[in-house]
Design a protein around this ligand. Structure first.
Ligand code: AGP
Length: 601
C-alpha cells in the first residue's frame, strides 16, 4: 500500500535518499510514485505511473536540494496515473498522504463553494485544499493543522511542504503509521521504518492526532491542541534486508525455503528447556473463551489455532475477519482473550478491531512479525515471530511461524488445564524440536510440485478441499494459488462440495485435497471419487500411507501430530502455487493489485 518518505538535511543531496526510501517501500505494493522538493525556493514535482524506476528515470538525482517529500501510491480514489499520483499541490500546500479521508466528498463540495477546483480524483487533493483553505483564512500554520485535524474524518499520515518555507516538513498523523528518523545532518520521515533504515535506526513515533515540524536540525512535536509535547527516541534493532534475494528467482521462493529455519527460530525459546520453557508462554487458564482477529493468511493461521484450542483444550475459540469484527455487534466479555495475528502489524482492519477491544478494556495478545509495529504496540502482550523481514506479498514464512507459536500456546494451555499429559506434551515438543527436518523433507519433493504446477497452470479454475484442520490448510493453499497465479480458486469443506460447487467441476478441473486426519480421510477420499467421476484431475496431499489410488496424483508428507500438520502440509501447497505462477509468468513477489501491508480498510 501507499508509502511515504521525506527528508530534510543540512547537506544538498536529498534526492538519492528519497529514492532509496521509495525503493525500500516497493515491497508494500503500489502503482505510481512521485516526489517534490524545493529548488531555489520553488517547489518542483515529478511523478510517474508504474515503478519507482520510471520515476528515477525522470529525476536528475544530482540536483541540489535539502528538503523533499516522496510517495508510492496504491490507488484508492481514482485510477493509477500521474494526475492522481502524489504529491498533490493546492496553492500554498504540496502534500503526500497515506490513508483515506472519509468525508472528502463533503469537504470537496464545501471547498468548491470557496472557489477550489480539483484536477485529480483523489481524497488527498481535497485534504491539500482543506489545509490551504485554513492556511489562507488563518495565516497561521498551527491553526491550519489544528483546524484540519478537527475537520478531516478518516485516517491519514500526511507530509506537506508550505510554499514559503523551504526549511520545514509538516507531519500530521491519525490512524496511519508515521515515524521520524534521526540521521546524520539529516531528519527523515516515513510511513515504514524500512524506508529509512539505510540511514538510521533511531526514530520517534508520531502518535494519533499529533503533528510535527521537522527541520534539518530540529524536530518539534505537538498535540492536537497545538501544545508542544516531548517524545522518547526509539531504536530499531533488526537489520535491514541486506542479503536481497540472493540466487533465488523470487523472494517468495527464498522465503518458502527459509521456513526450514524460521519456524524453529520462532519457537526455540519455548521448547529448548522442555515443559519449563513452554510454560513461559502466557497463562490462558483464566479465560473462558479465546477470540482471534486477523485478515487473510493470518486469519488462516487463526483457524488452525481454533481447531487446536477446541480439540485439545476444550476451550471455545472464535475466529473473526478483522474487517467484519470491527463493524459487528461483539459480545465483549472480561473472560475473553482476543488474539490479534498480523505479519506486518499495520493492517488497518486488524488495528481498528484492536482499538475496539482496548476501548472495552479487554485483554489482548498479539502474534506479530514486525517489531514495534502499530498492533504490536497496541496489544497488552506480544509474541514476536522470528522470521526476519517477509518481502513477498504472499505470506509464507510468517504463516508457518504464526501457526507454530499458536500451536505451542495451545499446547501450554492444554497442559495447564491438565487435558494434555506430561508425556503427550513431551512427545509433541520432541516433534517441534525436529520441525526443521520435517520441513526439509517436504521441500525436497520439488519435482513433484513442479509437475503438478505444469498441469494446473493451464487451467483457469481450481478447487481445494479438506475436512477439519485440512479444510483450514486448504484455505491457505487456495489463497496462495489465486493471489500469485491469478487462477480463480476456492477452498471448500469437502462435505460442502455437493451442495453447489460440484456443478462447476468438468473435465480437467483441478481438485486438490488435503487429508491428514485418519478419522475422516476416507470421507474426503469419497468426495474425490465423486469429482473424479465428473472429470476432475485429482491431487491428494496426505500423510496417510494406507491411501493409495492410481487415479489420484498423491503428494506424501511425513506423519506428525495435529500440532505440526498445518506447518508441514502447507509447504507443498505454497510451492505448487509458486511454480504455477512462475509458469504463468506473473509478477510473483508483487502480484497485481495487492499490497504487503494493507493500511487502508
Ligand atoms: C497473504 O498472502 C496475503 N497477502 C494477505 O492475505 C495477508 O495475510 C493479510 O493482508 C494480512 O496481513 P498481516 O498479516 O500483515 O496483517
Amino acid at each position: 500500500m501507499c508509502g511515504i518518505v521525506g527528508a530534510v538535511s543540512t547537506k544538498e543531496k536529498i534526492l538519492p535518499i528519497l529514492l532509496d526510501g521509495l525503493y525500500a517501500l516497493e515491497y508494500r505494493g503500489y502503482d505510481s510514485a512521485g516526489v517534490s522538493y524545493f529548488k531555489d525556493k520553488k517547489i518542483k514535482i515529478i511523478k510517474a505511473k508504474g515503478k519507482v524506476k520510471h520515476l528515477e528515470d525522470k529525476i536528475n538525482s544530482e540536483e541540489k536540494t535539502t528538503i523533499g517529500i516522496a510517495h508510492t501510491r496504491w490507488a484508492t480514489h481514482g485510477e493509477a496515473n500521474t494526475v492522481n499520483a502524489h504529491p498533490h499541490q493546492v496553492k500554498h500546500i504540496t502534500l503526500v498522504h497515506n490513508g483515506i479521508i472519509e468525508n472528502f466528498l463533503e469537504l470537496k463540495e464545501m471547498l468548491e463553494k470557496e472557489g477550489y477546483t480539483f484536477k485529480s480524483k483523489t481524497d488527498t487533493e481535497v485534504a491539500g485544499a482543506l489545509l490551504d483553505y485554513y492556511y489562507q483564512t488563518t495565516k497561521d500554520i498551527d491553526e491550519t493543522i489544528k483546524k484540519f485535524m478537527s475537520k478531516a474524518v478518516g485516517s491519514y499520515a500526511i507530509l506537506f511542504l508550505l510554499d514559503n518555507d523551504d526549511t520545514s516538513i509538516y507531519v500530521l498523523k491519525k490512524e496511519s503509521p508515521m515515524i521520524i528518523g534521526l540521521g546524520q545532518h539529516l531528519n527523515l520521515i516515513a510511513s515504514d521504518i524500512q524506508a529509512i533504515l539505510k540511514y538510521t535506526n533511531t526514530y520517534y513515533l508520531v502518535g494519533d492526532l499529533e503533528y510535527a515540524k521537522v527541520k534539518a536540525n530540529e524536530i518539534t512535536f505537538y498535540n492536537k491542541d497545538g501544545n508542544e509535547i516531548t517524545k522518547d527516541v526509539k531504536t530499531y534493532q533488526e537489520q535491514g534486508d541486506e542479503l536481497g534475494k540472493g540466487s533465488y528467482k523470487h523472494y517468495m521462493l527464498k522465503e518458502i525455503e527459509e521456513q526450514k529455519d524460521t519456524v524453529y527460530k520462532t519457537i526455540k525459546k519455548y521448547i529448548n528447556k522442555g515443559i519449563n520453557s513452554l510454560l513461559e508462554l502466557p497463562d490462558l487458564t483464566k479465560y473462558k473463551e479465546i477470540n482471534i482477529v486477523a485478515c487473510g493468511t493470518a486469519m488462516h493461521a487463526g483457524l488452525i489455532a481454533k481447531y487446536l484450542f477446541q480439540e485439545f483444550t476444550n476451550t471455545r475459540c472464535h475466529v473473526y475477519l478483522a474487517s467484519e469484527y470491527r463493524y459487528q455487534n461483539n459480545f465483549f466479555s472480561k473472560n475473553t482473550l482476543t488474539i490479534f495475528i498480523s505479519q506486518s502489524g499495520e493492517t488497518a482492519d486488524t488495528l481498528a478491531a484492536l482499538k475496539l477491544v482496548n476501548a472495552n478494556n479487554l485483554d489482548s495478545l498479539g502474534i506479530i512479525n514486525v517489531k514495534e509495529s502499530s498492533i504490536a504496540r497496541g496489544v497488552q502482550k506480544v509474541l514476536y515471530l522470528e522470521t526476519g523481514k517477509e518481502i513477498a506479498v504472499a505470506s509464507t514464512k510468517a504463516y508457518t511461524a504464526q501457526v507454530a507459536l499458536l500451536s505451542l500456546l495451545v499446547l501450554s494451555h492444554g497442559y495447564r488445564k491438565k487435558l494434555l499429559s506430561k508425556e503427550e506434551v513431551e512427545d509433541i515438543l520432541a516433534e517441534f524440536n525436529n520441525v526443521s527436518t520435517y520441513i526439509k523433507q517436504v521441500l525436497l519433493a520439488k519435482d513433484k510440485y513442479q509437475s503438478i504446477a505444469k498441469e494446473i497452470s493451464q487451467e483457469e479454475n481450481a478447487f481445494y478441499i479438506g475436512r477439519g484442520l485440512d479444510y483450514y490448510i486448504s484455505m491457505e493453499g487456495s489463497l496462495k494459488l489465486k493471489e500469485i497465479s491469478y487462477i480463480h480458486s476456492e477452498a471448500l469443506a469437502a462435505g460442502e462440495l455437493k451442495h453447489g460447487t460440484i456443478s462447476l467441476i468438468r473435465k480437467g478441473t483441478p481438485v486438490i485435497a488435503c487429508a491428514t486426519d485418519k478419522k475422516i480421510n476416507s470421507k474426503t477420499v469419497s468426495n474425490l471419487e465423486e469429482v473424479l467421476a465428473r472429470g476432475a484431475k485429482v491431487y491428494l496431499l496426505t500423510d496417510d500411507i494406507t491411501i493409495t489410488n492410481d487415479s489420484f496424483t498423491i503428494v506424501r508428507v511425513p506423519f506428525t501430530s495435529s500440532f505440526l500438520k498445518a506447518i508441514i502440509a502447507v509447504i507443498p501447497l505454497q510451492l505448487i502455487a509458486y511454480y504455477t505462477a512462475d509458469l504463468r509468468g506473473t509478477d510473483i513477489d508483487k502480484p497485481k493489485n495487492l499490497a504487503k501491508s494493507v493500511t487502508v480498510e
